[in-house]
Design a protein around this ligand. Structure first.
Ligand SMILES: Cc1cc2nc3c(=O)[nH]c(=O)nc-3n(C[C@H](O)[C@H](O)[C@H](O)COP(=O)(O)OP(=O)(O)OC[C@H]3O[C@@H](n4cnc5c(N)ncnc54)[C@H](O)[C@@H]3O)c2cc1C
Length: 456
């Protein structure tokens, strides 16, 4: 055991996922160098953590070590000609946008928040509104370096240590600590989008609108009114868009076409009381969202187009102290439309009030071994925590499994081991790779123990 001053410098911190659950005390270190990262490997079971935007227990390691990598966020080189950035894994998409969007480069693949690190984006192989065109995060990563549990630092790419490369996309930080990555950025003329919004009266109209739009737009996502029932089930607004060219901008925006956003000034400073979200308030909020989104035609800045939730700091506190989950699943395209309807009906019949519903159609790009996206429909639903929620998600899990679908591990809170293993048969291959690189299970998390993603 190391007795170095740094290694002894644990800070006991209560950590959770973005849904504010589950809360637990972890021994946190803030490494500033590769040396400090590797020194920590000798201490205890450990887990790397980015900006904590996974929803539940993906980035917590109760009673053990968590390496918060936010100080490992330096840019190492940038090829301005080809848009290839080499950076430390604690760099965030926000950092990249801040420094490189004004030079005409933007992340190629982005989730719905820019507050994610490159390490976190790899470990969950994140996807965005453009999955049907660009695939998931793996498609913009050329290679990465990783510190393995035995202290070696190796490069992983499609050619070199390719087993390690593919197992880390969706690998949830359980194979080592990603130190640096080389990623491809997208050349842009402006930081704006040409956006179109289409209101759909019901699910059939919505699914048709998605099929029609995906041919013409690189980004698309639908918001569904979570309170609509009966003939209106699936009512909502589909928003789609393409990166705007300079010629698309009105004169007043042409003066600063690569404008970047400001830090949010709105903050939810405290947990809102539990009664803030109930059937009545959620119905009113959904009506407002419907009206607002319908008017979404025109030119939209990337902050509004990709990251509307980032505009309010700590918006997750709006769900109150009990927290919330985001339940996200994907269903195969075959029978997908009918199956989405069955699940929506089940939700509207339940006592669990869904707050936000988001629907998207994935393309069939290849991801990593445990990556979530696969061709079909993905649906994400926010539920505030109540006593009835966990049993209800068990019911939904069984339906999703029966329909040939799976749950997104980056957001999951309640999946059990048997259901996870049935949804992800590739876990067997992944565990073989774990055995090769981390035979002593040094890398662990609360999620790995919950769903059996560890050697036993
Ligand atoms: C508002 C919001 C919108 C979102 N929208 C989307 C979306 O559209 N699509 C999508 O796919 N996801 C989405 N997410 C989820 C989010 O993109 C992922 O959870 C992402 O992985 C979070 O990155 P992070 O840096 O916060 O990582 P953390 O949450 O801190 O960690 C996530 C995982 O990465 C591992 N990890 C972190 N750093 C390293 C490293 N250096 N080496 C190895 N492993 C590491 C951790 O151990 C953990 O298992 C959203 C989340 C929020 C809050």
């Amino acid at each position: 055991m190391s007795t170095g001053a740094y290694a002894m410098n644990f800070i006991e911190e209560t950590l959770s996922g973005w849904g504010n659950i589950p809360q637990s005390v972890n021994k946190v270190l803030y490494p500033r160098s590769t040396h400090e990262i590797i020194e920590a490997f000798t201490l205890d079971k450990l887990l790397p953590r980015g900006l904590g935007r996974s929803y539940a227990d993906q980035a917590t390691n109760t009673g053990h070590v968590v390496l918060k990598l936010e100080k490992m966020n330096r840019f190492l080189s940038f090829d301005q000609h080809n848009g290839i950035l080499e950076c430390e894994a604690g760099s965030s998409l926000e950092d990249i946008i801040h420094y490189l969007a004004p030079r005409g480069w933007f992340p190629m693949i982005t989730p719905g928040t820019k507050y994610v690190t490159i390490g976190g984006a790899i470990a969950n192989d994140v996807h965005g509104k453009a999955h049907h065109v660009d695939g998931s995060f793996v498609n913009c990563v050329l290679d990465f370096t990783i510190a393995l549990p035995d202290g070696r630092i190796v490069v992983a790419s499609r050619e070199e240590n390719s087993d390690l490369f593919w197992a880390n996309f969706g690998g949830l930080g359980l194979l080592g600590t990603i130190l640096t990555a080389r990623i491809q950025l997208r050349k842009i003329e402006t930081t704006y989008f040409v956006q179109k919004a289409v209101a759909a009266k019901n699910l059939d109209e919505m699914l048709q609108a998605i099929d029609d739009s995906d041919k013409n737009y690189t980004s698309s996502v639908a918001w569904l009114d979570s309170m609509a029932k009966g003939k209106s089930l699936g009512r909502g607004v589909l928003t789609m868009g393409n990166h705007a060219k300079l010629s698309d901008l009105p004169e007043k925006l042409k003066a600063n076409p690569l404008k970047i956003g400001k830090k949010p000034t709105l903050t939810i400073p405290i947990y809102l009381p539990g009664f803030t979200l109930n059937m009545v308030t959620v119905r009113i909020l959904n009506m407002l969202l419907y009206q607002l989104q319908k008017r979404g035609n025109g030119i939209a800045h990337y902050d509004k187009f990709f990251y509307p939730l980032d505009m309010i700091n700590n918006w997750n506190k709006g769900y109150g102290k009990r927290g919330f989950i985001q339940y996200q699943f994907v269903l195969p395209e075959k029978d997908g439309k009918e199956n989405i309807r069955k699940i929506l009906e089940e939700i509207t019949k339940s006592d669990c009030v869904p707050f936000l519903n988001v629907l998207k159609k994935f393309g069939n790009a290849q991801g990593g071994l445990l990556s979530f996206p696969s061709a079909g429909y993905t649906f994400a639903i926010d539920f505030p925590i109540t006593a009835k929620l966990k049993p209800f998600t068990k019911k939904l899990d069984a339906m999703v499994l029966h329909m040939g679908g799976r749950i997104y591990l980056g957001k999951d809170a309640y999946l059990d081991e048997a259901t996870f293993k049935a949804m992800y048969p590739q876990h067997k291959e992944w565990l073989e790779i774990k055995k090769k690189y981390d035979p002593e299970n040094i890398f662990s998390s609360d999620l790995s123990r919950r769903i059996g993603l560890e050697l036993r």
